[in-house]
Design a protein around this ligand. Sequence first.
Ligand code: AHR
Length: 497
Amino acid sequence: RKATMTVDKQYQIAPVDDRIYGSFIEHLGRAVYGGIYEPGHPTADERGFRQDVMELVRKLDVPIVRYPGGNFVSGYDWEDGVGPVDRRPRKLDLAWKSVETNEVGTNEFMEWCRAVGTEAMMAVNLGTRGIDAARHLVEYCNHPEGTYWSDLRVSHGYKEPHNIKTWCLGNEMDGPWQIGHKTAEEYGRIACEAAKVMKWVDPDIELVACGSSNSQMPTFPEWEATVLDHTYEYVDYLSLHTYYGNRSGDTANYLAKSLDMDAFIRSVIATCDYVKAKKRSKKTIHLSFDEWNVWYHSNQQDQAIEPWSVAPPLLEDRYTFEDALLVGCMLTTLLKHADRVKIACLAQLVNVIAPIMTENGGPAWRQTIFYPYMHASLYGRGTALRPVVNSPVYDSEDFTDVPYLESAAVYDEEREELTIFAVNRDLEGSLLLECDARSFDAYGLTEHIVLEHDDVKAVNTAKEEPVKPHNRGVSEVNDGILTAHLPKLSWNVIRLK
Ligand code: AHR
């Protein structure tokens, strides 16, 4: 099969906000304890942070990390996680039926962020708490000094404010599983009032209101419209979450699920703009896709985990090669909406539905999905282009006209680089891509990276990494025309300079 594409440096979608390559660390399972933090580990630094994990996080160049939840945040008292560690309470975490020791809290997480070179995206509890806890946390984190909460931070050893810029107003408040689940009216009101005072404490912060937990929620998209009705003037972003799985073992259908993500994004944009019109507002609400990934492998094994232990191995999905392909398709989908999606978080970062896994006391290693995420984060910065694409299509169980070629193009003007990300969804054969890139006429091929494997169910382990990229992709550029061979079922990164 053959697909064609035209990219032109003049046909631009928008600058890519680096934060679309964000991720997420929740107090859940072994994400924190045994993940980023394990004091007894041979690589632990003096603060207890695993340096082997930090090294892998740095390789991903993660620009922002959402924290501390997730469902966890809706029952979290942030005050439990600051001050002398030996006086911090052990509490039940009802979201994940675990015990939270509070050894790691806001300040430790901020130290970790600084150590790995990322920013925090802090969530406040709008489940069991409210306006006061939220404004106090902003004051604790961001106010310089001279008030009760800022001086408390100073007394805890953090003279400089953390200056956290991006804040989430709760988490998945539309979900009955959420501690303190609310109706759209109830959430809209509390989010509006919390947002107002949080911005009074620090006018430089940006706020994310909760959209629906996924597009299948019965209240979607009415939830979005009602929440924005209340919060429009106070918030900057609306959140989206989605997870996919291949329970029926139908790879062709599974790889098409990024089309569902695309439709979800379009519907949320439409809803935001509907409220904009209704309010005669000049302001545009942007999207924060702050939870997205594959999540289904661990569902069953999690049922067998006994409640009330510290850091149980929850949500430890082992990702297959086909999962990496879908993650690649989801990344290109985000890029295609660079004009509206300004933040996105691969959920999550370590051990919990994560690209990075650890063994307690043992090594840290890369799952299959590590690679497309890393490639997009490293080479997908600059300006998202709007290519004209012509691809043969197929029909699957849930989708029609699925293009075999899933792609996105990013132009990095500063580095003078063009990168084409391309997934060949074809299970049967390779796809020939002919790309007219004549507006980049002096550019030649830097490399063609490929992630491919014969077995869609292949996984990496702590010992072996059968699913890893090579850069022996077959491509050539002649007079501005790129010809690339995309092997059957493959993730491709074609870099021109
Ligand atoms: O990322 C795992 C969980 O998925 C989060 O805690 C929750 O927000 C979502 O349902």
